[in-house]
Design a protein around this ligand. Structure first.
Ligand code: 6R9
Length: 650
């Protein structure tokens, strides 16, 4: 039995079950299964009811338009503004003075913005954007650290109807350049730098390098954060604080159509080129606010903290848009969990009395490795609910989180979703669902997920296959920016009338979903999605490299680590220095998140007769498994030789 299957066997034998604790049910927003039944009876009516929680300038005519599937439309002809929903409507209530964003910088500085403060900052920023020539429909690229100016800039874009494209601060200048060019951004918002483990991430410098090859960009708005000297190009670059000081407060929100684009977010796929996932206004806001409220059981006195970076979809939906639409207090932290010490997260929970904590399995595994003394030092008694996202959580990590962070008192919501889905689709409701460690449990009301075989037929309960979605949901992506054909090919062609997630899954006898990870050429390193082809192209770009194959190799903390098999050009020696040089090259091309953990030089790569590299076999080698089926190989001897060399080097 292959290793993965053994792990799976163990998972499916996982018999521990945790019904919602009585104290939690008593206070829970959702206490029974009636929502599931309501949604099953009439899915569209269920979503329409959720949409009532949003303020519309004009109500929709039709909940769902399927006439041009898979280009679905939600809340047809509805008019609204996301920034209005996240800010203005709360000003009419006592929430005007409630903390909207509680922010902590890595060096220990902090800032609290009430909803009134957020209104002031966002409307001023919207006026700055207009002054810099941004109009409704123009794209704005945002390349900022985790500072309050990041959500302020996003909301300002939403206010004037300019779609934003947030690029994670860990991406290199080349990655930034490609993302700017793909969406033809007119303005870039960046900072001098961001803090990371006491060092400065040189964002402005990266931005300058990128802009040498970005003809669409007219102006750059620069936030001062780290205060080192940076290059300022006269006429192109403008300081945020100078522009904001002059800008008036107050800016009418644009009346946007429900289907107008809210943002583009780039994510890795199966090709070398990241794709721009397009999210729109109405359905997205309905989806993220409903899931945020019910899955995290949001009450008005909660202090909610999602530890993701806003550069990823989790931050978009569950730090910014979902929580603010719900009038919640959302915590933001700029830096690393081990700075200055390994108890930083727990210090933040203690300091702000965080009630709800949403983090990633990779972080939990790192905490496990660091030991229980770090959380034990701090008062975590404010916590009442925990969440995870980004990758499958192994039952040991789940149990550790449950015991040492939640003190066996807090339910854990394991939430499955994707950049493309925009909102959580499979997750427990903490006052209703019995939890099983390692399972994301069941689809959210109004979501139709299934596990199917090769032909698209449901597999029987108790077995595995491909995870699909059988009907549209409001926050779904609408297309790939500039490439509708790729949208259809990537998601709607593998199975008829179903959205293909790219994940493998099983459902157990109770109908619980157990997500097994990607079945395509996407790997998941510390919860970050990377395309193997992207990293291969970066390696092949180096003059010494002839060919490269990249796989995700099982890793204790990261889930998967990047492992590369490289063949060098004739006459070039594979030295340890070259390994370091190639790693640095990948970091330069993509960013530190893609740095290979190990690079192995080989004379040849295993290929099929049609010339396709068989990464599956390389993964068997790297993870020390018996080789899978090798009959389709052009030359089976190649793989045997690589295996022998690899094992002698380990
Ligand atoms: C939100 C986000 C999506 C991929 C997805 C799957 C994996 C996410 C998961 C999970 C098991 C969970 N994934 N959540 N796997 N259990 N709770 O992470 O989006 O970066 O696009 O990644 O992450 O493989 O397909 P994204």
């Amino acid at each position: 039995m292959a290793n993965e299957d053994k792990v799976l066997e163990a998972l499916l034998k996982e018999e521990r079950a945790f019904p919602p604790p009585a104290y939690f049910v008593e206070e829970a927003l959702v206490k029974d299964t009636s929502l599931y039944e309501e949604a099953k009876k009439d899915r569209e009516a269920f979503w329409a009811r959720q949409a009532e929680n949003i303020d519309w300038f004009q109500k929709w005519d039709k909940v769902l338009d399927t006439s041009n599937a898979p280009f679905f439309k939600w809340f047809v002809n509805g008019k609204l503004n996301v920034s209005y929903n996240c800010i203005d409507r709360h000003l009419k209530t006592w929430r005007r003075t409630k903390a909207a964003i509680v922010w902590e910088g890595e060096p220990g500085d902090d800032r609290v913005l009430t909803y009134q403060d957020l209104y002031r900052e966002v409307t001023k920023c919207a006026n700055v954007l207009k002054e810099l020539g941004v109009r409704r429909g123009d794209r704005v690229t945002i390349y900022l650290p985790m500072i309050p100016e990041l959500p302020i800039a996003m909301l300002a874009c939403a206010r004037i109807g300019a779609p934003h494209s947030v690029v994670f601060g860990g991406f290199s200048s080349e990655s930034l350049r490609d993302r700017i060019n793909d969406c033809q951004a007119k303005l870039v918002i960046t900072a001098d730098g961001g803090w990371r483990r006491g060092g400065i991430v040189p964002l402005k410098k990266n931005c300058d390098d990128a802009l040498a090859e970005c003809p669409s960009v007219e102006k750059v708005l620069v936030v001062k954060r780290t205060c080192q000297d940076v290059n300022i190009v006269q006429g192109r670059d403008f300081w945020w604080h100078e522009m904001m000081a002059r800008a008036p407060i107050g800016c009418e929100p644009e009346h946007m159509d429900a289907e107008d684009m809210l943002y583009i977010l780039y994510t890795s796929g199966t090709t070398g080129k990241p794709k721009g996932v397009v999210h729109t206004t109405g359905g997205y806001l309905v989806g993220v606010s409903a899931t945020h409220r019910m899955i995290f059981d949001i009450k008005d006195d909660d202090i909610y903290w999602c530890t993701a970076d806003i550069g990823w979809v989790t931050g978009h939906s569950y730090i910014v848009y979902g929580p603010l639409a719900n009038g919640c207090t959302t915590v933001m932290y700029e830096g690393s969990p081990d700075w200055p010490e390994r108890d930083r997260f727990w210090a933040i929970v203690e300091k702000y009395r965080v009630n709800i904590l949403y983090t990633a399995p990779t972080a939990i595994r790192a905490f496990m490795k660091w030991g229980t003394e770090w959380p034990a030092r701090r008062d975590l008694s404010s916590l009442r609910l925990l969440g995870t996202v980004g990758e499958p959580i192994n039952p040991e990590a789940w149990m550790w989180y449950y015991k040492y962070i939640g003190n066996e008192r807090c339910p854990i919501v394991d939430t499955w979703w994707q950049t493309e889905t925009g909102m959580i689709l499979i997750s427990p409701l903490p006052g209703v669902t019995t939890l099983k460690p390692g399972s994301a449990t069941i689809p959210f009301p109004g979501v139709e997920a299934a596990v199917v075989d090769n032909t698209g037929k449901d597999v029987p309960l108790g077995s595995g296959g491909y995870l699909v979605l059988k009907s549209p949901w409001p926050a779904m992506l609408r297309t790939i920016y500039g490439d509708p054909d790729r949208y259809v090919a990537q998601y709607w062609s593998r199975f008829e009338n179903m959205y293909f997630t790219g994940d493998g899954a099983r459902w157990d006898e109770d109908g619980y979903f157990w997500i097994m990870g990607r079945v395509d050429d996407v790997i998941n390193v510390s919860g970050h999605r990377l395309g193997t082809m992207e990293i291969e192209s970066a390696l092949v770009d180096h003059p010494a490299v002839a060919e490269a194959a990249v796989i995700g190799k099982a890793h204790e903390v990261k889930g998967q680590a990047v492992s590369a098999f490289v063949t060098l050009k004739e006459g070039i020696q594979g030295t340890p220095q070259l390994i370091e040089e190639l790693k640095a090259h990948v970091v330069r091309k993509i960013g530190a998140l893609a740095r290979p953990e190990d690079i192995f030089f080989t004379a040849e790569l295993p290929k099929t007769r049609s010339g396709k590299i068989m990464r599956r076999l390389l993964r068997d080698i790297a993870e020390g498994r018996v080789l899978g089926d090798t009959t389709t190989l052009a030359d089976p001897a190649v793989v045997a030789k690589i295996k022998e060399q690899y094992e002698s080097q380990e």
